[in-house]
Design a protein around this ligand. Structure first.
Ligand SMILES: Cc1ncc(COP(=O)(O)O)c(C=O)c1O
Length: 432
């Protein structure tokens, strides 16, 4: 087929609909031509500020020069061997650096994979191999991925699980704490204990997996006390604690790992997304003796820990140090929260502004009543924003939360431009 010379979003949407299954969703009918830091240009030349960051993948922005340079240098050396066939230094160096970053005063090892779901799958495999136990406890509103095991862990049915069951057995869901909806930390811990009474003995549970701030679930932050009590419960019963930092990690919340802010050292941590600034790589880092439980050959994958992605991830770590991005994340969080809180004071439909560091969201409800989530208004605000040149993303169990994942490298001027578009879109969407 000849390539179209004059691409438009509409013509590409038509081709997409004919060629690609509808199950692959698309938040915006926009096709990108070029991206740079926190800005993108579509195929029609229209410019947008990007507050979505490819769903939490671009903490260092589109095409950070240092990341591009590192990948180009790697391209000129070798691009693939499969690490299990011929090993390479960037994989080893990246593991060493992540081992040094992960919380916990104990020896650690790191395994690389390609996607977040794969990291979660492997964390569960490792936990089962180490404990020789089958069961896993996850939480309501959790999101851990789209493969069958990770869908089993995910705590939201539509659209992720619809039509895809049965899911693997021995997975149980406890309640995630959410004080706005009347679920205290005590309630959550009690719901884990009730699983031990009603569903599975504690000594058959391999691991509890938790997001320190639920991403797809609506940017619900786990209180530090909750993570500390989960740690204690795990220690009491010989259960491993897996913390899923796939969305929260790589500095989004103001520390490299969000769990650091609770003082808890997990046995295993999963990461992906922003760790390589847009290149596909994921990781499981954990206690050395736990990570060594699977026998040689039990872990790996053809593309797992690709040299290009390892080079990108090493560059991302350098950029964080050079540009002091953890501090930037904290400052950005303050800026975003202040402006959104001011919008909430003028717009009762904003029922809540919340988050951790630069992982910030606002929840939309009819009349500000948390029991009346307003998914329609949320969609209208996102559509208005797209028209005005801002890419936004929603999330939340009821689809009524707008999350901000702007690159940490964005200037204050660009961030303020995006916030002004949110404010204008709020007004327009309510008038519509
Ligand atoms: C917390 C969390 N875990 C796992 C995943 C799955 O990652 P991937 O889409 O790379 O498989 C995601 C993706 O959004 C996530 O946010």
């Amino acid at each position: 087929m000849d390539r179209e010379t004059q691409l438009t979003n509409a013509s590409l949407m038509a081709r997409r609909k004919a060629a690609i299954p509808r199950g692959v969703g698309q938040s915006h009918e926009v096709f990108i031509a070029r991206g740079e830091n926190a800005e993108i240009w579509d195929v029609e030349g229209k410019r947008y500020v990007d507050f979505a960051g490819g769903i939490a993948v671009l903490n260092t922005g589109h095409r950070h020069p240092a990341v591009v340079e590192a990948v180009k240098a790697q391209l000129d050396l070798y691009t693939h061997t499969c690490f299990q066939v011929l090993a390479y230094e960037p994989y080893v160096e990246l593991a060493e650096r992540i081992n040094a970053l992960a919380p916990g005063d104990f020896a650690k090892k790191t395994l690389f994979l390609s996607t977040g779901s794969e990291a979660v799958e492997n964390a569960v495999k490792i936990a089962r191999a180490h404990t020789k136990r089958p069961a896993i406890i996850a939480f309501t509103s959790a999101y851990h991925g789209r493969t069958l095991l990770t869908l089993g862990l995910t705590g939201k049915v539509a659209p992720y699980k619809t039509g895809f069951g049965p899911f693997p057995g021995e997975i149980f869901h406890a309640q995630f704490p959410n004080l706005r909806h009347g679920i205290s930390v005590d309630d959550s811990i009690a719901s884990v204990e009730s699983i031990f009474r009603n569903d599975v003995e504690a000594n058959r549970v391999a691991a509890i997996i938790v997001e320190p701030v639920q991403g797809e679930g609506g940017f619900n932050a786990a209180p530090a006390e909750f993570l500390q009590r989960l740690r204690a419960l795990c220690d009491q019963h010989g259960i491993l604690l897996i913390v899923d930092e796939i969305q929260t990690g790589a500095g989004r919340t103001g520390t490299w790992f969000a769990v650091e802010q609770s003082g808890v050292a997990p046995d295993l941590i999963t990461m992906a997304k922003s760790m390589a600034g847009g290149y596909p790589i994921s990781a499981v880092v954990g206690r050395a003796e736990v990570m060594d439980a699977p026998i040689p050959g039990g872990l790996g994958g053809t593309y797992a820990g690709s040299p290009l992605a390892c080079a990108a991830a090493l560059a991302v770590l350098d950029v964080f140090e050079k540009e002091n991005l953890l501090e930037r994340s904290r400052q950005l969080g303050i800026r975003l929260t202040a402006r959104l809180t001011s919008m909430a004071s003028k717009n009762p439909c904003i029922a809540d502004v919340r988050g951790l560091g630069a992982m910030v969201a606002f929840e939309l409800c009819k009349g500000g009543d948390l029991h009346q989530p307003d998914a329609d208004l949320t969609k209208r605000i996102c559509a208005e924003a797209t028209q005005r040149g801002l890419i936004l993303l929603s999330c939340g169990t009821y689809g009524n939360v707008i999350r901000i994942l702007v690159p940490l490298t964005a200037s204050d001027a660009i961030v303020d431009e995006g916030l002004a578009i949110i404010e204008a879109s709020l007004t327009a969407a309510q008038a519509a």
